[in-house]
Design a protein around this ligand. Structure first.
Ligand SMILES: Cc1cc2nc3c(=O)[nH]c(=O)nc-3n(C[C@H](O)[C@H](O)[C@H](O)COP(=O)(O)O)c2cc1C
Ligand code: SF4
Ligand code: SF4
Length: 442
């Protein structure tokens, strides 16, 4: 049976599922409850200088029937007394010596960093996570994402911390930056033992149409918050990939964070190079019990594929993530409709006719089952994405697989289109109706 245990930059845990630094890790009570439920580690709610929180502090994007597809907060770091957190940390470690307890920290001056590192080491923390991510409140005070967005400052603070710390240090990055490799490189150069990402994205989830203030409304006003949850997973995955493919960063272990809710999300992060996973929104939404499905699913996936540890497949997708210029221009798919499954909703027809390539025809016999016009279908996928019936529209390969021509190869041979009307341009040429055919009345 698969062994889920991890050794992440020297931090050992029975499995890679850790709670991210956030409300679920606000207290020893919660962390013990989470470990009992099956979580392998927890990054304590960020400790630092005293703060005062506002009420309320959360907002969400509900999409269709999905509550909290995106989640937003304007909460600061821990507002509990440092001494209480340290005492509880010690208590948790006493009961769970083999689980990972990581102290997330955010302070200002070098002296404060040195002091708080000593404090959490004395409390028995297995590692430290540097919170350079909060995009609200703390950044106005020169901390959080203000550091994450300034590679020079970030590197300096990492150096201070590495000088002082005796336990492994994870640098948690802010995604609020054009190139995640800039702070990633700065953290590596500063000597960090590992990287975690993402923290939250600067965001406004909506405007209250009574007060004209952003959610969550605090006495008639609001502020930008930090966005997370399922909606951010694709951006987080890409950022993990960017770091895992960078030759001067990829020696560092990466803790993947952002919208992880199921075992499948976890596997995707691992395939892109993460070797521990952190979860916040899903634990806030559904409670600690979700880890059971994650553990069972990951174990089943590994057993089925013959992986003994997560290191056997960590990063396995990375060789397949390439630049666009290396994709095969001769690879060709076309949509195929399974008539037995089709419910005749016409969503594919509308999407293709208005938003794609006019490659779906409605039947003339009143049967409601549309058909694909092969010569017009460019295989864009849109119809299969909008079709509400699983596997009703599939994309079927139509080239013979013998040719592989990339933009890079064409560029190397000086064969790329070079004028606006170059005959070599155009990809899959297809019939486009005359504009006047769109007129309802002639
Ligand atoms: C309410 C709330 C409070 C948070 N507080 C912290 C914090 O104190 N320190 C920190 O590093 N990240 C904090 N985060 C960010 C999370 O640790 C995590 O990076 C982010 O939510 C993305 O993960 P998710 O999509 O699983 O929620 C907070 C997130 C939320 C929603
Ligand atoms: S794959 Fe694209 S072009 Fe082809 S039928 Fe579907 S929507 Fe139209
Ligand atoms: S979207 Fe799917 S179910 Fe609806 S008409 Fe098209 S193929 Fe049929």
């Amino acid at each position: 049976m698969a062994d889920l245990s991890v050794n992440f930059a020297g931090i050992k845990a029975p499995n890679p599922f850790w709670l991210a630094s956030a409300p679920p890790t606000n207290s020893g009570y919660q962390i013990i409850k989470a470990f009992e439920a099956g979580w392998g580690g927890a990054v304590w709610k960020t400790l630092g200088l005293p703060t005062i929180n506002v009420s309320s502090r959360y907002g969400a994007v509900n999409y269709g029937n999905t509550r909290m597809a995106g989640f937003n907060n304007i909460e600061l770091i821990s507002d509990r007394p440092l001494v209480d957190n340290l005492r509880e940390m010690e208590e948790v470690k006493k009961h769970f010596p083999d689980h990972a307890v990581i102290a997330s920290l955010m302070v200002d001056t070098r002296e404060q960093w040195i002091q708080i590192i000593k404090d959490v080491e004395n409390a028995g923390a297995d590692g430290i996570e540097l919170n350079f991510g909060c995009p609200h409140g703390m950044c106005e005070r020169g901390m959080g994402s203000a550091v994450g967005q300034d590679p020079v400052v970030l590197k300096t603070i990492v150096e201070w911390v590495m000088d002082a710390a005796k336990i492994p240090v994870i640098t948690k990055l802010s995604p609020n930056i054009s190139h995640i490799t800039d702070p990633g490189l700065a953290a590596a150069q500063g000597g960090t033992d590992a990287i975690s990402l993402v923290n939250t994205f600067k965001s406004i989830v909506g405007i209250d149409l009574d007060s004209y203030a952003p959610y969550p409304v605090v006495d008639g006003k609001g502020s930008n918050g930090g966005y997370c949850g399922p909606a951010v997973k694709p951006i987080a995955l890409n950022m993990v990939k960017e770091l895992a493919q960078h030759k001067d960063i990829n020696h560092l272990p990466i803790s993947g964070i952002g919208g992880i809710e199921t075992w499948r999300d976890a596997v995707e992060f691992i395939l892109l190079g993460a070797t521990s996973l952190q979860v916040c929104t899903a634990a806030m939404h559904y409670g600690f019990g979700i880890v059971r499905e994650m553990e069972a699913g990951l174990t089943k996936f590994m057993d089925e594929r013959g992986y003994n540890t997560i290191y056997d497949f960590a990063g396995k997708a990375l060789p397949n993530v390439t630049e666009w210029k290396n994709l095969n221009l001769k690879y060709n798919v076309k949509a195929e409709i399974n008539e037995d499954k089709c419910v005749g909703c016409d969503l594919c027809y509308i999407a293709c006719d208005d938003g794609a390539h006019q490659a779906i025809a409605l039947p003339l016999d009143g049967s409601r089952i549309p058909s694909i016009i092969d010569e017009n279908c460019v295989g864009c996928n849109l119809c299969s994405l909008v079709c509400p019936v699983e596997d009703c529209i599939t994309m079927v390969r139509t080239d013979d697989g013998k040719e592989n021509v990339t933009w890079q190869q064409l560029t190397d041979k000086d064969e790329i289109p070079s004028t606006f009307n170059d005959k070599r341009a155009g990809g899959n040429g297809h019939y486009v109706p005359e504009p006047s055919k769109a007129l309802r009345s002639k």
